[in-house]
Design a protein around this ligand. Sequence first.
Ligand code: 9MR
Length: 373
Amino acid sequence: MSRRNLLLGAGALFTLPTERARAPERASLREAAARSGRRFGAAARAEQIAAEPDLAEALLVECDALTPEISMKWDAIEPEPGRRDFSRSDALLRFATENGRALHGHTLIWHRSIPPWAEAALAEGAGWAPVAAHFEAVLGRYGNEIATWDVVNEPIDTGHRMDGLRDGTFLRAFGEGYIERAFHEARAHAPGAVLFLNEYGLDYDIPVERDRRYLFLKLVERLRQAGAPLGGIGLQGHLDLRKGPFSEPLFAGFLRDLSGFGLEIHITELDVREHDLTAPPLVRDRLVAEIAKRYLDVALDCAAVRAVSTWGLSTRHSWLAIEPEDLDFYWRLVGGQGKGPGFNRGLPYDSDMRPAPMREAILAAFERRPLGF
Ligand code: 9MR
């Protein structure tokens, strides 16, 4: 299908792009990923795609798959018990499928996206019924069309319990077995889907992340032994220039251990938090691209790593952007002049939808590892 047809397919959502928004002539990220036997994707929001043709086009040019950044979370879907709003997820799915792209389901269970009414109900002993109803509603609607799902997101929290499980609503309501139970519940409503456990903070050579890696491997081992229908591992990959060091051998060793479970691994939320937004843009871009390349060179050396997604495509929209109301505070904090945009530069496209050095880094990492390396 030509790019023009791709775009016409999405005509209901946005108008045709101008020449200005055209992607570079070189290989797209999805083409480079395909040559590496992988897929590339990004998190996205339907309302941004509908309002911004240049973003919509860049997503279609670069991505095989989109992840709903917010709209498929429990609190977004069901703000009040039984009153479900699927409109934004429906729109994103329509945009993806009309253009021959996939969606990655994100996320059925996450301690930060439980609607307040469900939080209260679970704490008061409502039992599994609200969780089952949520899974049934979401997977009943999308389970056939979406092939990969984050079932449980961020279950590990270091420093509290020997098993590393986060001391939160689900653990308190259902005990240690809730993760396994969630996977079985998901399997019951989506028999053919690949079910993922998604986790953050597994990247750096620092004590807390060493602990997290150990606890995460143990959790995966327990789930496998218990026969949970776990099919994939998501490593979020939120890199952070304030953290460090990053050790190639250590991260490679972790991926080797993880590969031993025979599951597919996805890098699900790659982006880079900067440590100095006041440095010259060229310096910032170089630092961002460097760490992304180092991380992906190791990740793509691992044959089990099948997909890479960034958490957003352009820094125009990033959870790492500093909100306008916080900007004054930020600039005072870093001793700046109280002006300038609060954009973090840690994504493949800049806020004007121009490819950034991080895009080159991702491209180069895929190109370094052609299929069958
Ligand atoms: O980027 C997302 C942000 O816009 C939302 O406000 C937030 C709550 O829904 O979730 C952010 O995405 C998170 C993702 O779902 C899980 N891993 C961490 C991401 C960044 O916080």
